[in-house]
Design a protein around this ligand. Structure first.
Ligand SMILES: [Zn+2]
Length: 310
């Protein structure tokens, strides 16, 4: 017992240990982005509710708003009081300086993203970042990205591009071999953000499941699926079976956050107590996270569990 509270989490499991265990169980680790304490509280509450591990993620923009070191300190504190493992990932890191900032702040993994560059330059820049962050702490997992999955976890009118630049198994093998990454994020029909029709529940994303299985075999590393929001439930299950280890959900959380915040503010225009306004927002986002976590662990999920963003 220390002055700051009870340390429930005596587990020494690293992110790598948990990924190996989940892979053996046929499950995937849920990755949920946070930009503020409301979202972080929701993700941690969902982990506690479902008793399932989580990977908290923050992109460069989210880290800038939160503060990379402040977020790392909060997650470290929450992890000490959690009965399930909580990890922290630096999502979509586009420079060596930002990768080093996250590594030095104590992030468990860094998503290195030079996927907008031509393949050869992507290899060179990713390799350099992998070596640099492993120099800070060899246990940090390095993720690399190839292919095009669009940008921005937002609501979109129409799809960007036409999924021409999907990752091939040969590219995946070459990229992993040359960069020594631990985790590969391929383009397999996934896309950042959601179309309006997906937010309304009228359309779903579909994944190239055969390609996932081929990439897994060729790459031989953990696979991350970015842009998971709005994906068909059955495709999630099959993608995990094909070799996906981590699934990113961001837009669904943002949609739930905005909708519930609007409702909470509209409920009583005289209410000025921030925690009374924000508490229902935490609950709404938590519901989305819990539902996704259960799905990624092969548990039954009721169709209405994620509300209008199902
Ligand atoms: Zn992403």
């Amino acid at each position: 017992m220390t002055a700051v509270g009870t340390h429930k989490n005596t587990s020494k499991d690293t992110l790598r240990d948990v990924l190996i265990r989940l892979q053996a169980e046929g499950a995937a680790l849920g990755h949920f982005n946070v930009a503020d304490l409301v979202l972080l509280k929701a993700v941690v509450a969902a982990a506690a509710e479902t008793k399932l591990p989580v990977l908290v993620g923050a992109s460069e923009g989210e880290r800038e708003f939160f503060g990379a070191r402040q977020l790392a300190a909060l997650v470290k504190s929450l992890r000490q009081e959690s009965e399930v493992p909580i990890f922290l990932n630096a999502d979509h890191t586009h420079s060596l300086a930002k990768a080093m900032e996250a590594a030095n702040a104590g992030f468990d993994s860094v998503g290195i993203d030079f996927s907008a560059l031509p393949f050869e330059q992507n290899v060179v820049r990713t390799k350099e970042a992998v070596e640099a962050i492993k120099g800070v702490n060899p246990a940090i997992l390095a993720e690399g990205e190839i292919g095009d999955i669009g940008t921005g976890s937002e609501i979109k009118e129409t799809a960007q591009g036409d999924f021409k630049n999907l990752t091939t198994p040969e590219q995946a093998r070459q990229f992993v071999e040359a960069t020594r990454i631990d985790i590969l994020a391929p383009a397999v029909g996934n896309m950042h953000g959601m179309l309006k029709s997906m937010v309304q529940g009228k359309a779903k994303k579909h994944l190239d499941l055969e390609r996932i299985a081929q990439i897994k075999q060729a790459a031989g590393v953990f696979l991350t699926l970015h842009g998971g929001s709005g994906t068909d439930d059955e495709h999630f299950r099959k993608a995990i079976a094909a070799g996906i280890n981590i699934i990113h959900i961001n837009t669904e959380l943002r949609v739930a956050w905005r909708e519930s915040l609007g409702e909470s503010l509209a409920r009583d225009s005289n209410e000025v107590v921030s925690y009374k306004i924000l508490r229902p927002v935490v609950d709404s986002v938590k519901q989305v996270v819990s539902s996704r976590l259960r799905l990624f662990h092969g548990q039954q999920v009721s169709p209405e569990a994620v509300g209008s963003v199902a």
